[in-house]
Design a protein around this ligand. Structure first.
Ligand code: ME8
Length: 650
């Protein structure tokens, strides 16, 4: 009888559908995909969950800004995530949406049962509320009447809400974190959580009045409220398996890894663990908080026009190169900086020069000396054994590194084997062996070993680069897939059957030559255009109404352009000096597609004068110039008569 398969459960955060997916989202999802694929190769039954977080203030606001009802908004936008995961070859087992009935029903059942168990109570709450961030602050947090996080004004609100008795679990949780070293990783993040738990843990407000936020899961015991978005969202990790009773029996709980960005560690380590405790479910085995990607040293943000779009990268470099780069470049757990230059560097050195070269030279020699056939190898010599030993050591080291999700070390380890195999070929010199009859016998072993090492490498890189790994396997002439071979096929040297006819194909990882690199860098340095209406033929619906007072907060001034020059390496940006009467401002404007610098000097424009300064391509911009656009065409707003600089525009 077959033994039941061991089970493995990994999750990503469920992403908000208020925005388009970027490399940050792709990063977590690829990391989860890699460990899933590895565990499948190792014979596990894997459940890999991702999905979208579709309730809450952020999503509600995004829908309002797009002028559609929230359900229409999420039905449309969640698809971008699904499509991207198909494009990036993500092998998720399920995709959960928090607006699905299978999820909302479980959320309501849990709420009701916690309410019945008196884990939830109603109380009044007074505090400073930041509407855009959907967050209360205490008196001491608020900075001059503004939100300490986003700087926007807060308002004092007193309201009745429902609270989860989270505080009672503080001591239990601190003990659990202390006693289970691998519960929170990496260690630095674990220490942060312990620091957080040093202070007494408060109860958690888990409701929002519908009059303030109508978009969410209704509380089953009070229809005037919806659940707080985090209370709703975290439950996705179990609702996908049913109610808590079913979760207990499904074989996948406790979850092996929740992969999250460092931004959402507290909600997972603290809120979620306490919620599970209240439900009598064990906490997850591991929560791994990875670092944050910046782009050329800056935070990724739509307003800085520097969001790295994974679809575009996939078009330029191919899916596997991106998957490889993101996990090779930065240790999982630390922050990293994305740059096209580094990506091209990795492509050319690790992929084209090292691995690509090993594959090409090996297949070329099999073609040249053995008519493309992998022959029965002659007896092994000691120098052959060294390669086989290295392969076996690599397989073992990689297994141990997966336990720590040390993706970059895993890849570094695999590349040691690539290097050793390249070295082995150099040392054995097949081109010399081919010259004599005795040498030719020896050659069968050297070429067999090179092919076998390539097969081991293909199995090991498969979780990271599934498509390329299968191609290597096919080029070696294998008529079994890597998934069919599994890890057991690389635990012992010599699984590759002799007699295979190789099938050399196009280069797997072409080098990016200088000319092309230049083009890519130019494109990358031109920031993407400001977000435009989705469909160019449609005008955007009018945004939410505002009070007159809101409008008067925007200080619009006339300004005369004194100087204008293009920003180096950018196709879109022009740096301006603008006289606004009381002072001269430096402004960076994305108008180079419509204007040459010379056309701009002397022109009167309208400037938002009280906008917080921001850096664009490293240059500070102290204001924003008003312009309209049609497709790529940009047209500056202006007047039909000249006005002096500094006149207030109303
Ligand atoms: O927080 N670098 O959703 P979210 C690395 N819905 N990773 C990044 C990143 C960056 N610059 N930007 C985003 C939410 N991420 C909640 C989660 S879970 C029950 C609810 C990744 O759309 C990273 O995984 O804001 C981060 O934790 C996640 O996207 C946040 O996605």
């Amino acid at each position: 009888m077959n033994e039941p398969k061991k089970k493995f459960y990994v999750t990503t955060p469920i992403y908000y559908v208020n925005d388009v997916p970027h490399i940050g989202h792709a990063y977590t999802t690829i990391a989860a995909d890699v460990v899933s694929r590895y565990k499948r190769l190792d014979g596990y039954e894997v459940f890999f969950l991702t999905g979208t977080d579709e309730h809450g203030q952020k999503v509600h606001q995004a829908a309002q800004q797009n002028g559609v009802d929230p359900q229409t908004h999420v039905d449309k936008l969640h698809q971008r995530f699904k499509d991207l995961w198909v494009r990036l070859n993500i092998s998720n087992s399920d995709f959960i949406r928090t607006t699905e009935a299978r999820h909302t029903q479980v959320v309501q059942e849990i709420l009701q049962s916690l309410f019945d168990k008196k884990e939830i109570y109603k109380d009044s709450y007074e505090g400073w509320y930041c509407t855009p961030d959907e967050r209360f602050w205490t008196e001491k947090d608020v900075v001059n009447g503004n939100c300490p996080e986003c700087g926007r004004p807060v308002e004092k609100i007193k309201e009745y809400n429902y609270f989860f008795k989270m505080g009672q679990y503080g001591e239990w949780l601190a003990r659990h974190v202390r006693e289970n070293e691998s519960f929170i990783q990496p260690v630095s993040r674990r220490n942060e959580v312990l620091g957080f738990l040093d202070k007494p843990l408060g109860d958690l407000c888990i409701s929002r009045p519908k009059e303030r936020l109508p978009w969410g899961v209704s509380l089953p015991f009070d229809d005037d409220y919806v659940a707080y978005v985090w209370f709703d969202a975290l439950i996705n990790y179990i609702s996908v398996h049913g109610q808590p009773g079913q979760v207990r029996d499904c074989g996948f709980w406790p979850c092996d890894h929740h992969l999250v960005g460092k931004d959402i560690l507290t909600t997972h380590a603290v809120y979620w663990s306490c919620m599970l405790k209240a439900m009598d479910l064990p906490p997850p085995k591991n929560i791994f908080a990875h670092g944050w990607w910046t782009v050329n040293g800056q935070k990724m943000s739509k307003s800085l026009f520097n969001v790295v779009e994974p679809n575009l990268l996939a078009d330029q470099f191919g899916v596997d190169v991106i998957r490889y780069f993101l996990l090779r470049e930065v240790p999982f757990g630390l922050d990293g900086d994305f740059s096209h230059k580094a990506l091209i560097g990795r492509n050319n050195s690790d992929l084209a020069n090292n691995l690509g070269n090993l594959l090409n030279r090996t297949l070329n020699m099999v073609e040249k000396y053995q008519e493309g056939k992998i022959l029965e190898p002659s007896a092994s010599a000691p120098e052959d054994q060294a390669l086989a030993d290295k392969a076996s050591e690599t397989v073992q080291a990689v297994a141990a590194l997966y336990d720590q999700l040390a993706y970059n070390k895993i890849l570094a380890k695999i590349w040691e084997l690539v290097d050793q195999c390249n070295q082995y070929i150099n040392n054995m010199g097949p081109w010399n062996l081919a010259k004599s009859e005795e040498g030719q016998t020896r050659l069968t072993r050297v070429l067999y070993n090179s092919c076998e090492a390539l097969r081991v490498i293909a199995v090991l890189i498969y979780p990271f680069m599934p498509e390329s790994a299968e191609k290597i396997n096919q080029q070696l002439g294998a008529d079994f897939t890597i998934e069919e071979q599994g890890l057991r096929s690389i635990r012992e040297w010599g699984f590759l059957p002799a007699g295979l006819q190789t099938r050399p194909g196009p280069q797997l990882f072409p080098r990016i030559e200088e000319e092309e690199e230049k083009k890519i860098m130019e494109q990358a340095n031109a920031p993407s255009a400001p977000a435009q209406a989705e469909d160019e033929n449609k005008t955007e619906p009018v945004a939410e109404q505002i009070e007159f007072d809101d409008f008067t907060k925007v200080d619009l001034r006339t300004g005369k352009i004194l100087e204008a020059e293009k920003i180096k390496k950018s196709k879109k940006l022009i740096k301006l000096k603008v006289d606004i009467g009381c002072e001269t401002r430096q402004v960076v404007a994305g108008i180079a597609a419509g204007y040459e610098p010379e056309q701009l000097v002397g022109r009167t424009v309208i400037l938002v004068a009280n906008l917080k300064p921001a850096k664009l391509m490293g240059v500070e911009s102290q204001g924003m110039i008003l312009a309209g656009s049609e497709g790529d065409k940009i047209i500056l707003a202006g007047f039909d008569h000249e006005l002096n600089p500094g006149v207030r525009v109303k």
